[in-house]
Design a protein around this ligand. Sequence first.
Ligand code: NAD
Ligand code: MG
Length: 391
Amino acid sequence: MVTRSTRNLILLGATGSIGRSTLAVLRAHPEAFRLTGIAAYSSVSVLLEICREFSPKRVCLVDPGAAERFQSQVDDSSIEILSGQSGLTELAAAADADIVVNAVVGAAGLRASLATVAAGIPLALANKESLVAGGPLFQEAIAVGKPPILPIDSEHSALWQVLNGERRESIRRILLTASGGPFRQLPTDAFADITVEEALAHPTWQMGPKITVDSATLVNKGLEVIEAVNLFQVPIDAIEIVVHPQSIIHSMIEFVDSSIVAQLSRPTMVLPIRYALFWPDRVPGDDGRIDWNELRSLTFEPPDWERFPALGLAVEVARRGGTAPAIYNAANETAVAAFLERSIGFIEIPRIIERTLEASTLVDHPSLDDILTADATARETARRGMEKVKW
Ligand code: NAD
Ligand code: MG
């Protein structure tokens, strides 16, 4: 391995599930990275703790009230405090950053991802909603590979690892694996009674609440299909979803000669985060190591498109392009927030996405403004649609 000098790293979404796993990687490799900036929405006490441990120079709290509270509590007066979306975007393009990890949840991370890419800084991307909503805006950077977009999502990390050194023309199919979520075997007539607690109990992954609900509706797999189309520039028809409940195979590529290559590990986000941060190197680590004496079987089945209608909608919006994926995403974010607040039922989530898409006017070759407008309008449409179905 080539020894590299210490790199400056900015972590957006530092207090979340991916944020914490990223800090665990930094803790294990203090010589490799210097955490120079962190951002989160409003968790003052967690950010203060991270400051005590890692001494970043800049901290952004997107919520202005939380930024004020942070300011009154922080001991180190040399820390620069930023706030608002503009603070997040500024931090995402920091002149001295060598790599930015975007682990913000939702389309709120879009402008930050674009700012990092525009500044030419390598972007380690967990925030899939950026690539879903803003797909057309990332195409140029992705096509030339500069700056690199280093996927953290486990399936896309798997595909990236499998593609290593292969030609894109050699791909026949991407086999995107899915755990199937907690309701894979639940009878259709029980879906109406699904509770928030049941939706938050994922069988194989520990994640933030929004993505956990997305994994239960299979919206997460839908977002990942769009993410894969954008990242690997393959046609939507070249992607097949394979339900694999053990979450050991994180995705596979079938090449034109019918060889299939897969990436396997126990389910942990530490492995893909570490791979993204150290790429093209691999560093030793045991997280994710498989015990072949314990592992007995890997099973596969096709997804149930009827019970999980949000999946089919995602394929439709991927095919439609333009602002359609941004609208799908925004409607879902709005519906999931309402479900988590217990104001709508689980089965309303795909219905709200569908109705919002039907009520929306699409823009084919959107600018950032078009995408932000589509996102805001879709949230409003979804909210109005929910008024009718509230519990
Ligand atoms: P989380 O809810 O645990 O954390 C979200 C983070 O984003 C927090 O730090 C929060 O303060 C911050 N945040 C929330 N709203 C914000 C806003 N408006 N502006 C700025 N920051 C904001 O979420 P998570 O599970 O860590 O997921 C983060 C991202 O990574 C999501 O896009 C998710 O889809 C993706 N992802 C997560 C996992 C996982 O295992 N958790 C796996 C793959 C991909
Ligand atoms: Mg994933």
